[in-house]
Design a protein around this ligand. Structure first.
Ligand code: C2E
Ligand code: MG
Ligand code: MG
Length: 752
């Protein structure tokens, strides 16, 4: 029995039950009637249920249709041919068609040109594969508006009983706004990219994790070109570059916040080096959060090349403005300026300056007979020779024609200029090998001195010029000073120099020996070897006249070696004879010797050769020389002491050696300078100084020797102050070897 839904159902059911009860009563004569009634009531009940079911069905369908029609999503059912079999109101509205007319309509006709075909091929694929597809197409709505649609196409499952052709359910989504937003975004990105691409320098944007976020056209090209990569980021690597040649600006930038500039050296595949300037700044979000780094780089190679070229050009122009194009020597302008500077410096330092005016002899003849090109070559060679003869800081200039000037600064004595002038004269005497010819061109030189002969540029030039004319008048090929006296002095020096160069080979040097005596006992404790030059014309020349000359012409090193060898040989001979057995011979070394790194080895070698113990020979170096280069002196003294050769400081008390320097030097002795001893005991200052030096020497445990002791009073004073040793005329003059041996025998007590 169908379910009882309402009052009528219940009444009918009760009636039915009553009828059935009566029918079951067997004595009922009207049983047939009852059966009929029962049947009618049952039918009525069933009809009523059917009607109700139908009504519910209709209501449900109406609801579904309503939902379908008014759903916010547009639906349509399409045949394989793209014809609409069904669509909801939303779809009709979207397509701009009346629903009643939509059935059978080809959807492709409403789409943008070409999209109809896209639809058909999609429908075919979905129906055959059963796989959902999504397509973006354009919808053209009358009159001419266009919207963007996304079609999501799904195959409709056919009901088993139906034999209708298969269809697809299509969801039509209006994505016009999305597409517009997307297009706007793309346009903006395109705009941004065009802007950065328009920048000719490479730009890259990197995230904090070093990932590349953006790169412009130039950066892409640069990354391809880069063999080594400027920064790992700009050439597409994910790691940071960090080397001396490719410093990475990122960490510094992230830490500091300020833009950072670094320069990268980039070796290209073609072998060329490029210099890249990389500037980095932080990329911040709207809220100030660091998103990464914006790096722009610039190839500054060309710029640097150009700058270098410009600088070179500028230097060249400046050089041209200041130099004579033929000889490349400073011109008249620069010469005047340099002379001015040299005078100012000399004034401050109390030095002398010599100005040499050099003029080639009979140069006009060469020009006239052999042509100017030969003349030019001679001038160039003359310039080269002059430059080679002077010191680094001296100036050789060309005033014009065959006139040159030479500025010799910082001279201690004017006659030294004569030596250089003489060297120049000699240099000109060498033949000039020019244009396959051997030519002889001499020079005449005029010299004047500052401050002696003038104290301004013009006067000095005029006086040097006048001196040069005198040299010409007096036979050319020579030099003359502005004053006759200086010329005489210089010529004497030149001749001395010439002789000195030959003296060693000619065996003209001798050593004299002067005793050193223990003041307390009068015992002979050593001697000093003092050189003399036995000059054939001048007689015995004192070392003060030729040692500085030997130093300036480079003769001192062989000369010192001769002194050491001669003194050591002599000492060995005396010791073999039983003389000076517990004494040492002290030899004087020049400052130039102390600059010789082989000095200690040379002395030790000589001692070894002559068979003398190093203790028998000691050396003296003047305080002044030590103070000109205390570091070098300390090293030399160290080496000598290490070989057993004692070192004493000569002429102590005039060279301002500090206590600290003295303490640092590994010396064995100090010799109080003669000038200190001379005034003893009357001169109060001399006494004070001598007393102080003695105390200093004793404190440091040094052998203290007083030089130039001439009187007993001096000896007594020195002894009283604790000076150990004296040397001077009081005991003995410096004597030739044989006389000194006699003297030694005389003063040495006979062994008991
Ligand atoms: P010096 O080393 O200080 O030598 C002492 C100088 O004082 C010597 O002069 C000596 O003759 C002189 N003299 C000694 N006792 C007296 C005295 O009682 N009164 C006076 N007025 N003078 C005295 P000398 O021989 O003319 O040597 C001068 C300087 O030449 C030396 O000073 C030394 O610096 C240097 N010298 C001497 N021989 C050599 C040498 O072989 N090589 C080097 N490089 N220089 C040497
Ligand atoms: Mg000495
Ligand atoms: Mg001395």
């Amino acid at each position: 029995m169908p379910p009882l839904r309402d009052q009528t159902d219940r009444i009918l059911a009760e009636l039915l039950a009553a009828l059935r009860r009566e029918a079951s009563n067997a004595a009922d004569p009207a049983g047939v009637v009852h059966d009929l009634e029962v049947h009618q009531i049952e039918l009525e009940l069933q009809n009523r249920e059917l009607r109700r079911t139908q009504q519910a069905l209709e209501e449900s369908r109406d609801r579904y249709v309503d939902l379908y029609d008014h759903a916010p999503v547009a639906y349509a059912t399409l045949t394989r041919e793209g014809r609409i079999t069904q669509l909801n109101l939303t779809a009709a509205q979207l397509l701009g068609v009346e629903r009643t007319r939509a059935e059978g309509l080809f959807l492709g006709a409403r789409l943008a040109p070409g999209d109809g075909r896209v639809l058909l091929s999609s429908l075919g694929r979905v129906l055959s594969t059963g796989e959902e597809e999504s397509r973006e197409v354009g919808l053209v709505r009358p009159p001419a508006t266009r919207r963007d649609l996304r079609l999501t196409i799904r195959r409709e499952t056919p009901r088993p009983a139906e034999a209708t052709p298969p269809t697809c359910r299509v969801i039509l989504s209006d994505i016009t706004e999305i597409m517009q937003a997307r297009a706007a975004l793309l346009a903006e990105r395109h705009f941004l990219q065009s802007v950065v691409d328009g920048v000719s320098d490479p730009i890259v944007v990197i995230g904090t994790d070093c990932r590349l976020l953006l790169m412009n056209q130039a950066a892409r090209q640069a990354a391809n070109m880069s063999a080594e990569g400027r920064c790992g980021l700009t050439c597409g690597r994910d790691t940071r570059c960090d080397s001396a040649e490719h410093p990475c600006p990122v960490p510094q930038m992230l830490a500091g916040g300020l833009p950072v500039k670094v320069v990268h050296r980039d070796l290209r595949a073609d072998g060329r080096t490029h210099w890249i300037e990389v500037i980095g700044s932080r990329l911040l979000s709207r809220t100030g959060e660091v998103l990464g780094v914006i790096e722009s780089s610039r190839d500054i190679t060309e710029h640097l090349d150009l700058t270098a070229q410009l600088q070179a050009r500028e230097r060249q122009l400046a050089h041209l403005a200041e130099h004579d194009p033929l000889t490349d020597l400073p011109n008249r302008l620069v010469f005047a300026d340099r002379l001015h500077q040299a005078l100012r410096h000399a004034h401050r330092e109390h030095h002398k300056v010599a100005l040499l005016f050099v003029d080639l002899d009979r140069f006009k003849l060469i020009n006239d007979n052999l042509g100017h090109s030969v003349g030019d070559l001679i001038l160039q060679e003359a310039a080269r020779r002059m430059r080679a003869m002077v010191r680094e800081g001296d100036t050789v200039a060309r005033l014009g024609g065959d006139e040159f000037t030479v500025i010799l600064g910082a001279l201690t004595q004017g006659s030294d200029a004569g030596l250089i002038a003489h060297q120049l004269v000699l240099a000109f005497r060498e033949p000039f090998e020019v244009a396959d010819r051997r030519l002889y061109v001499t020079a005449s030189i005029g010299i004047c001195l500052y401050p002696d002969d003038g104290d301004d540029v013009e006067v000095l030039v005029n006086n040097a010029d006048a001196a040069m004319y005198r040299a010409k008048e007096q036979g050319r090929d020579t030099f003359r000073f502005y004053t006759e006296a200086m010329t005489a002095q210089a010529l004497a020096l030149v001749s001395l120099e010439t002789d000195l160069r030959q003296a060693l080979a000619r065996g003209q040097f001798v050593l004299h020996y002067q005793s050193q005596v223990e003041l307390a006992t009068g015992r002979l404790v050593g001697c000093e070897a003092l050189i003399r030059w036995q000059h054939p014309a001048l007689g015995l020349v004192e070392p003060g006249r030729f040692i500085p000359l030997a130093e300036s012409i480079g003769l001192i090193v062989p000369l010192s070696a001769w002194v050491v060898r001669t003194a050591a040989t002599q000492m060995k001979a005396w010791q073999d004879q039983g003389l000076l057995t517990d004494a040492a011979v002290w030899v004087n070394l020049s400052g130039r010797d102390t600059q010789n790194p082989n000095l200690a080895a040379t002395i030790a070698g000589i001692c070894g050769e002559v068979g003398m113990t190093p203790g028998g020979l000691a050396v003296e170096i003047t305080e002044t020389w030590i103070m000109t280069n205390p570091d070098l002196a300390a090293a030399t003294i160290q080496r000598l002491q290490a070989l057993g050769i004692a070192v004493g400081i000569d002429d102590f008390g005039i060279g301002y050696a500090s206590l600290a320097t003295l303490n640092r030097l590994a010396v064995s002795a100090i010799k109080i300078d003669r000038s200190c001893v001379a005034g003893l005991p009357a001169n109060i200052n001399g006494c004070a100084l001598t007393r102080a030096v003695i105390a200093l020497g004793r404190t440091l445990g040094l052998r203290v020797v007083a030089e130039g002791v001439e009187t007993q009073a001096q000896a007594d004073f020195l002894k009283a102050e604790g000076c150990g040793i004296g040397q001077g005329y009081l005991f003995s003059q410096p004597l030739p070897a044989a006389a000194f041996a006699d003297y030694v025998r005389c003063v040495t007590p006979e062994p008991l």
